[in-house]
Ligand binder design. Structure first.
Ligand code: B4P
Length: 197
């Protein structure tokens, strides 16, 4: 693979809960030397350490709700600022609302760069539920523990997040990828998109 010289690559990995964003971002960050920013992971880190942000985020996450935009955006900005100077970013779980997408545009613009592509992992709802219930057996994540909360997260995705497809389609930056298959098959599909950017 080869990335265009002296240009940052900023990938937004997109898709419903359980689509495999975290799984694939962890692999792709090494392949392309990108900084992986997972808002879900940052929230979980804060919950574990019982920070004020963590306590607040937990009350939303445990119910399958989105954490409010204001705090999520501030947190994301801090993460990006901290990581400046690399080859680019892979955003996993952000943006999830139009306000977050607009904030990301502005933030990257101020850094002299922009989103290169949004790549969506497409997986049907029943398979998402199956994957998350499976993870719930060992993850200890309260939001994976019961089907009701998982269905709620998927509902929130369709109500608040799915619209972002239009946001990036308009900019010709949207790519859909089949998210069903083995992890390595899906990685290859994502690389095919990224290598052609
Ligand atoms: P996230 O941490 O982003 O979690 P996710 O949507 O559940 O997961 P993802 O799609 O990454 O799934 P994964 O690869 O792990 O969000 C959790 C919560 O945090 C949100 O509900 C919200 O409350 C809050 N939050 C986060 N970001 C926010 C934001 N920007 N704004 C507001 N709130 C925010 O895969 C899932 C499972 O599938 C794993 O067990 C994995 O092993 C399995 N899997 C993956 N690929 C597979 C494959 N190909 N085949 C079979 N299984 C596979």
């Amino acid at each position: 693979y080869k990335l265009k010289e002296s240009k940052m690559t900023n990938i937004v990995l997109f898709g419903p809960p359980g689509a495999g964003k975290g799984t694939q971002a962890t692999i792709l960050k090494d392949t392309y030397h990108l900084k992986h920013i997972s808002t879900g992971d940052v929230f979980r880190y804060n919950i574990k350490n019982e920070t004020e942000l963590g306590l607040m985020a937990k009350s939303y996450m445990d119910q399958g709700q989105l954490v409010p935009d204001e705090v999520t955006i501030d947190m994301l900005k801090a993460e990006v600022r901290q990581a400046k100077g690399g080859k680019g970013f892979i955003f996993d779980g952000f943006p999830r609302t139009v306000a977050q997408a607009e904030a990301l545009e502005e933030l990257l613009h101020n850094e002299g760069t922009s989103v290169s592509a949004m790549i969506a992992l497409e997986v049907e709802d029943d398979l998402l539920v199956e994957r998350l219930l499976e993870r719930g057996k060992t993850s200890g994540r309260p939001d994976d523990a019961n089907e009701e909360v998982i269905r709620k997260r998927i509902k929130v995705y369709y109500e608040e997040t799915a619209i972002l497809k239009q946001f990036y389609l308009k900019q010709n930056k949207y790519f859909g990828v089949n998210g069903v298959g083995s992890i390595s098959e899906i990685t290859q599909r994502l690389k095919d998109v990224i290598d052609n950017l």
